[in-house]
Design a protein around this ligand. Sequence first.
Ligand code: A2P
Length: 257
Amino acid sequence: MSMLSEVRVLTVHHWTGRLFSFTTTRDPSFRFQSGQFTMIGLMVEGKPLLRAYSLASSSFAPELEFLSIKVPDGPLTSRLRLVQPGDTLLVGRKPSGTLLIDNVLPGRQLFLLATGTGIAPFMSLIRDPGTYERFERVVLVHGCRLVAELAYRDLIVRTLPRDELMGETIARQLRYLPVVTREAFAHRGRLPALLESEQLAREAGVAPVDPMLDRFMLCGSPAMLRDTQAVLRKWSVDEGNMSRPGRYVIERAFVDK
Ligand code: A2P
């Protein structure tokens, strides 16, 4: 059990029948970098049942936040979806992951491209002052099937730009483009096609993508990762990792989830 710590659930929010998030207490000794994930879970029949989850909370926040889909009959999420404030969860003490600002080369615009729960690590990155020190423009693009699945939209649009400490920086440097595929909405389409057609930059209200000057971080469904990577490779944008920073990084931890 020494690799795991126990935390208490503080709040639970069900965004839709498929999507929920929750906050927990944070062990004072638990440190992570914006963009990382850790194992979280529950004791089931005397054993820990764990899955990798990105930390959606700011690395400076006193509590932890996680965003989850509800996998029908999923061993963990069918139990996790029922958690209530006061319940105990397990959190791995060793966060990891490749979506680190240090793994991308310095550049002009940083595109954070997410589908579904893939927005979670970016919620941490957009609340980190270091992100804005490295990039003059940060563009968060979130693709979902339905408008109701655009988790954190209100927080991004209304709350963060008014934040006492970071509001001014966020209002000046962050642009947010929510995109929906399965119902009417101001912005529609799939991320790889939008990126390739230049529609993405136009709709986000930022300078056209320059594959050599701009940087990319990807997190989402395996299909989105594959197709977006194909666009980036076509543009000869090289991938970064823990040993060598590059022009884009991708989180593979959730690919088989
Ligand atoms: P679509 O509605 O066309 O399937 P999910 O909830 O299944 O993870 O999907 C989240 C979002 O990712 C949806 O908008 C979905 O679009 C989109 N998506 C699915 N496949 C791809 C892909 N290959 N590239 C980009 N986005 C995709």
